[in-house]
Design a protein around this ligand. Structure first.
Ligand SMILES: [Zn+2]
Length: 342
């Protein structure tokens, strides 16, 4: 099936095995971005390691390889739209955002290609590479020991991510990292190491060039419907106390809290409208994953509807701030204590 045949109304393609969708990088909006990225690598002096780009289920580089997996949903605007609808969060929503992910993944490629993680200095700065990979990491926001690049304080997830984030900051064009991290000695030491290492390797061929493709789009026998079903909502228990919190932000329909006359709007509609931006920003600043925030917001929207919560339309900025702050506080609790209200 050629990619031109994706249309929004006819979604028969969602029931076709992904490998039969004919998805490729060639001829898609990804192609010029990848060309731009290769130009960035050249200007950064990273020319001996040649990453292999391919479409996969998500961003990633399998340990020991130089193949960068790019989410297949970025290969066609309709698939991106479909993913946004099903998951609510796009990793690579714009050219600049795709470049950010590429720089990060390239950090992994360089690490594996040159076996940097086997160096004592690497382990001293970033930690042990063989340390367990924990999905639910507990980041300290604004820690001066880590650079900031991807959202969610991602460098704090694992030494390998710390390195990848450091490399990404180092190679970002126009970024004056020495000035930016002058007051953050821990992060700066990692950047200086990266700078020295990459300069020393400028003309060195890497010992590892393995480009085995993991979960390549051409091997995916399941359909998009199956794929998204697999990512569907987990079972979450939400505390009843959240009802009271909603009531402290909004007001009961028909029982105005002020005599002002502006029309009232349903709180549930506002919560749903804010969802995409809240998922992204809460992840960026707290490290709470968008999947979790999405379930929380859907629960809050359902409860606001059941409780007939409304707000005066001229107070939308105030209730937006209140809701955002509530969700951020709940998310921070979840990151550090494993539940919204421990
Ligand atoms: Zn990574």
């Amino acid at each position: 099936m050629p990619t031109e045949s994706f249309t929004r109304t006819d979604r028969k393609w969602a029931a076709v095995p992904i490998k039969e969708l004919g998805l490729t990088i060639q001829g898609t909006p990804l192609e010029p971005v990848l060309a731009e990225f290769v130009g960035e690598l050249e200007r950064a002096g990273v020319t001996r390691v040649r990453p292999v780009f391919h479409l996969s289920t998500e961003w990633g580089v399998v340990g020991g390889t130089v193949a960068i997996g790019i989410p297949f949903y970025l290969a066609h605007p309709e698939l991106t739209h479909f993913h946004a609808e099903r998951v609510g969060f796009i990793e690579g929503y714009s050219r600049a955002d795709i470049l950010r992910y590429l720089r990060h993944e390239m950090g992994h490629v360089v690490n594996y290609a040159y076996l940097l993680h086997e160096q004592d200095e690497w382990a001293r700065l970033f930690g042990r590479y063989d340390q367990p990979y924990v999905e639910d990491y507990k980041p300290s926001p604004f820690s001066r020991r880590f650079v900031q690049h991807l959202p969610g304080w991602y460098a704090q997830k694992h030494p390998d991510e710390d390195w990848a984030e450091t490399f990404a900051v180092w190679m970002t064009p126009g970024r004056d990292w020495r000035a930016e991290y002058a007051d953050w000695p821990g992060a700066l030491a990692k950047l200086e190491y990266c700078d020295q290492t990459m300069k020393a390797l400028r003309d060195v061929d890497p010992p590892v060039n393995d480009a085995e493709l993991d979960e390549d789009v051409a091997d995916l026998a399941y359909t998009l419907d199956d794929y998204y079903k697999g990512l569907a909502d987990g079972a979450y228990e939400f505390p009843r106390r959240l009802d009271w919190m909603l009531k402290s932000i909004f007001e009961d329909e028909g029982r105005p809290e002020s005599h002002a006359a502006p029309p009232r709007r349903p709180a549930s509609a506002l919560i749903r409208q804010l969802e995409p931006e809240l998922l992204a920003q809460v992840f960026r600043w707290t490290g709470h994953f968008p999947e979790g925030t999405r379930l929380l917001l859907r629960h809050l929207a359902e409860r606001a509807e059941a409780l007939h919560q409304v707000y005066p339309e001229d107070r939308e900025p105030q209730v937006t701030v209140a809701l955002t702050t509530l969700v951020s506080a709940l998310a921070m609790n979840h990151v550090h204590h494993g539940s919204y209200i421990p």
